[in-house]
Design a protein around this ligand. Structure first.
Ligand code: ZN
Ligand code: ZN
Ligand code: FE
Length: 760
């Protein structure tokens, strides 16, 4: 007879872990107890050593799907002769616990939802320990019902019995509810006045079927929904939302419906069905019954499956796919507070389908993609956040990394664990910045976290940098160069901290020489890097205006290459060309950039694909889409020349060749294809030189440009064929949404090295 004390760490609270342990111990005939405590679940069992071994194996092998086990450790104790196995009350030490993300309705709950004999038949708020809201309803830690937005709903005796029964799948499911005691749907008119109707869902479905725009309260905020097959409704939604061309996400009832609209591989189907329920970017089928206005000019479409019981009911009755786009005006953060939503969405929504379970914190839908054999996340929020990544180096003190400016995400570092917050949008918007400060305060409170170090980008004008500099309750701060953070982010999520060649291609980041970087080859590790090669810098005439108007980058590149920019007429008025050309030599009005994103813009404009964009990355997305339709093709010419400190990739021959192709009427798709081949060639040849120079054969690919699936896939394949070890993003976005993780990794590495130096 042996006794073991076991601690299981990770996301093991509020996910049905104790009932699972109870069931496992009973099945194996072991006695003892289980209870929650700080940072994990504490178990003591006694029985034969061999049986306890099976119990330990079962803890990880059979854990409930919503649990994430990081570590199981145990030690021997003297047997005390327990007569049974029990679930004990939580140790009330108030320490931090892991808090889970919101999860999609599980299969068991879904079966009840459509079972006429179940007491929760058609109840839009059913859930259990394996599914339902978490982060979005928690007001403060620890996670107990009285500290969630469910506090106001008193459980009926039937729900209470399930909640108290250790063998029930609703044991301590904090949001447990039923039609007798839980939240209820209601309908509000477009002008904000409540409508008293017997069947709010039925009325809402009728409205959508009639072509109206419906605001629907989901898990992390309000969606704007309309019939995705109704051209008029979609066009009207675009008009009211002031959204020109940025694609709308679409919710479909099931995988079969998804396959009617897009090509869905097995891996993509698995992503769609994941309990985190992201929007998955998929290749759209032509003439698939989607209104053209859903994703104009875009070869991809973002689809998702229903993730709340309300969505399941809505999709079942709506008779077809629904546009489900964030409830906001243009690019503001999603509306989540009821009164605020009704104010902000008045004039956009014809009706509001809402309910009385308050959302405590907003969480947008997550966006992901399957790319080059793995998941390549684009935007992580609902379902993924809070997320955790283990760091290679330890943060000696609690460290808060505030991320960048666009696609803002922050991260808390404690020991070797990074906890990532959710996507907060572009901090240029005052509303997004408010969301950022509120979310930081919320996570600090939730995780009992008090930062001693702040890590921020070098860019002095990022709102996140200003926040870090102005926060006076934290003694120390570390500034990290943007592309160093990208490289470190890629290394960190792959569990590495060793020297690598970092190919960091993105739209823009503040460079060490005061120019705008974005086509960088860095050599180094999390602790330090040097800029070993980069694209030749060109002016951005009009600064930020050049981001919205790719023709400006085309002009700069053409002039740099000594080519007359006649190809840009008549799409661009002569007077605009003349004015922009005058700016080229004025550094204050035309800052220099080595950005790969801007090179995409230039090529898109020269090829006649796009002269102006209405959302970030649009030109590159369209070039990728075109390139994917053409057969593999040869590379354009370019040169890699030795500069004073770094290799310079001279794209003038490339730009001149693109112009020649375009001028003689070559298909844009072939130009786009050749351009992609050229980028792969640029990366391969430059990495080859840097391998000779540095002896390194590990390449890390990071930066928003690698959201381009075609480029990522071909680059990985080529570098592997050339004998490189390649790491790429799978768990955090390649773009600026992944910066915070890299910032933490750099801070941890710098602290570790400093300590090593002190010791040596
Ligand atoms: Zn469930
Ligand atoms: Zn109830
Ligand atoms: Fe970036």
């Amino acid at each position: 007879m042996k006794r073991r004390a076991i601690i299981v760490r990770g996301l093991v609270q509020g996910v049905g872990f104790r009932p699972f342990v109870y069931g496992l111990a009973r099945r194996l005939g072991l006695n003892g107890y289980v209870r929650n405590q700080t940072g994990g679940v504490w178990i003591e069992v006694e029985g034969e050593a061999e049986i306890i071994g099976r119990f330990l194996d079962g803890l990880t092998a059979e854990a409930p799907p919503a649990a994430r086990i990081e570590d199981v450790s145990w030690e021997s104790r003297t047997p005390v002769g327990d007569g049974d196995f029990r679930i004990e009350a939580s140790a009330a030490d108030g320490g931090p616990v892991a808090i889970g993300p919101d999860l999609a309705t599980c299969d068991a709950c879904l079966a009840e939802l459509f079972d006429p004999s179940d007491r929760r038949f058609h109840y839009p708020f059913l859930n259990c320990t394996q599914c339902g809201p978490r982060l979005t309803i928690i007001i403060s830690a620890p996670y107990d019902r009285e500290r969630t937005t469910m506090a106001g709903f008193t459980m009926c005796p039937a729900c209470r019995a399930e909640y108290d029964d250790p063998t029930d799948r609703r044991f301590h499911a904090q949001p447990v509810a039923c039609p007798a005691c839980g939240p209820r749907l209601s309908l509000v008119d477009g002008d904000g006045s409540p409508r008293s109707v017997a069947d709010p869902l039925g009325e809402a479905v009728a409205a959508v079927r009639a072509g109206q725009i419906l605001a629907v309260k989901g898990l992390g905020g309000y969606h704007l929904a309309c019939d995705a097959g109704n051209e008029g409704a979609v066009a009207e939604l675009r008009r009211r939302k002031h959204r020109d061309e940025k694609p709308f996400a679409v919710m479909v009832a099931d995988i079969e419906a998804a396959k009617r609209l897009a090509e869905v591989s097995d891996a993509e189907a698995t992503l769609l069905r994941d309990p985190r329920r992201p929007i998955v970017l998929l290749r759209r089928r032509p003439s698939a019954g989607l209104a053209a206005g859903v994703a104009p000019g875009n070869p991809a479409v973002g689809l998702m499956l229903p993730y709340t019981p309300l969505h399941h009911l809505l999709l079942r009755d709506a008779g077809g796919p629904l546009v489900m786009t964030s409830g906001n005006r243009s690019d503001e953060p999603i509306a989540f507070d009821d009164a605020d939503a009704i104010t902000r969405l008045r004039g956009i929504a014809d009706q509001f389908l809402t309910h009385d379970r308050r959302i405590n914190i907003r969480a947008d839908d997550s966006v992901t993609r399957w790319s080059a054999g793995a998941e390549a996340p684009v935007r992580l929020s609902r379902g993924y956040a809070p997320g955790t990544v283990s760091l290679a180096c330890e943060c000696p003190e609690p460290t808060l990394a505030v991320g960048g400016q666009l696609k803002s995400v922050f991260a808390l570092g404690r020991g070797r664990q990074a906890t990532l917050g959710h996507h907060l949008g572009d901090l240029d918007h005052a509303e997004a910045f408010r969301a950022f400060t509120a979310a930081v305060a919320y996570y600090e409170q939730l995780f009992g976290f008090k930062p001693a170090v702040l890590v921020h980008d070098l860019h002095p004008d990022y709102a996140s940098t200003r926040y870090a500099l102005e926060r006076d309750d934290v003694p120390r701060r570390i500034a990290v160069q943007h592309h160093h953070a990208h490289l470190a982010s890629c290394l960190a999520e792959n569990g590495l901290d060793e020297p690598a060649i970092g190919v960091t291609f993105d739209g823009s980041g503040y460079g060490l020489d005061g120019t705008i970087w974005g086509g960088e080859f860095l050599v180094g590790d999390c602790g330090s890097v040097r800029r070993a090669a980069h694209l030749r810098a060109v002016p951005m005439p009009g600064g930020e205006q050049a981001v919205r108007e790719p023709w400006r980058m085309a002009l700069a590149y053409l002039v740099d290459a000594g080519v007359e920019p006649a190809i840009l007429s008549p799409a661009v008025p002569t007077v605009s060309l003349r004015t922009a050309r005058q700016l080229l030599t004025k550094r204050a009005l035309a800052p220099l950039t080595s950005s790969a994103g801007r090179l995409f813009d230039a090529v898109a404009a020269i090829a006649g694909v796009r002269h102006r964009v209405s959302y970030e990355g649009q030109a590159a997305i369209e070039l990728e889409g075109l390139a994917a339709t053409a057969a593999p093709d040869e590379s354009y010419p370019f040169e890699v020349t030795a500069g004073a400190e770094a290799w310079e990739i001279d794209c003038r021959p490339l730009v001149a060749a693109v112009e020649r192709d375009a001028a003689r009427g070559e298909f844009a798709a072939r130009i786009a294809r050749r351009f992609h081949t050229t980028l792969v060639e640029i990366i391969a040849r430059t990495c080859d030189r840097l391998r000779v120079e540095s002896g390194l054969s590990l390449v890390a690919l990071s930066g928003g440009v690698f959201h381009n699936g075609l480029l990522l896939g071909e680059t990985v394949a080529r570098l592997q064929a050339d004998g490189f070890r390649v790491c790429r993003h799978r768990r955090v976005p390649a773009g600026d949404g992944g910066l915070c993780l890299g910032q933490l990794a750099v801070a941890a590495a710098v602290a570790t090295r400093t300590e090593q130096k002190l010791c040596a």
